[in-house]
Design a protein around this ligand. Structure first.
Ligand SMILES: [Zn+2]
Length: 84
């Protein structure tokens, strides 16, 4: 691929609002409604795919984005309420 094409793509991506609808369409193979199990500092947690995609791995540092949950059920509730 030409470098110009990559530059054009990056410019286009910066114009796109990255919301739930965009993520579902652009990454259609990702099961967005299912939380992901992660191991952090020896403990198991559940995280929200949308929050990671929109805010990054350090989303937990944003108080209004509670994307790490001790249970899968809690994570599912968050996804339903915040991204449904
Ligand atoms: Zn979320």
């Amino acid at each position: 691929m030409r470098d110009d094409a990559v530059d054009d793509l990056m410019e286009e991506l910066h114009k796109v609002p990255v919301d739930e609808r965009y993520l579902q369409e652009a990454f259609s193979a990702v099961p967005w409604d299912k939380p992901v199990s992660v191991l952090v500092a020896g403990s198991s947690w559940w995280v929200c795919r949308y929050c990671i995609a929109m805010h990054g791995l350090r989303a937990a540092e944003i108080p209004s984005v509670p994307y790490v949950f001790p249970s899968e059920l809690g994570a599912r509730r968050h996804i339903e309420l915040e991204h449904g």
